[in-house]
Design a protein. Sequence first.
Length: 162
Amino acid sequence: MRNSILTLMILVLVASIAYAGMAMPGTDGGELYKYITETSRYTNWELWPGKGKLYKGTEPHGVFLTTYVNAEAIKSLGMGKHVFMPGSIIAKENYSPKKQYMALTVMYKVKGYNPDAGDWFWVKYSPDGTVLKEGKVKGCIKCHSQAKDNDYNRTDAKAGKM
Ligand code: HEC
């Protein structure tokens, strides 16, 4: 009896881990948008540690930025690591000088997707969710390569050390 309960518990555990893994979106801008706006709403995630809403950004993204990080990304930052674990998603809202919402730029870490550039999947959306750029976007990678040893993150990850 005890054994069968244990077996059942293990089965449930394995099944839920498998389900959680399956639930992650593929490297597709539309699929990722659905995930971050419906399955796991990015606006419910934590803000980049140490940054509030509408903090001052630099070119080219926007004068004001609000950056959200999912649980995987938070865990990666929490470990004081500069290497994000697979499944990490960073979603950044970009605002004009008049604080008008202009675009959403996202980095999504997918193991094996692009080993030459940190395995990041890059996407730029218009405010209505239209995919403007996606994939191994050269422009994104080129500029973010300046922070190659910070796992392509241009925002100070050390600020996120907890
Ligand atoms: C010319 C340089 C440049 C280009 C091109 C660029 N970025 Fe960035 N990005 C930055 C800088 C600098 C930051 C840090 C925030 C700030 O100060 O603006 C940043 C921050 C980010 C962040 C927050 C995490 C981090 O790395 O700090 C995301 C997500 C992001 N960019 C996505 C993109 C995407 C997607 C593209 C391509 C569509 C892109 N970026 C193109 C310079 C660039």
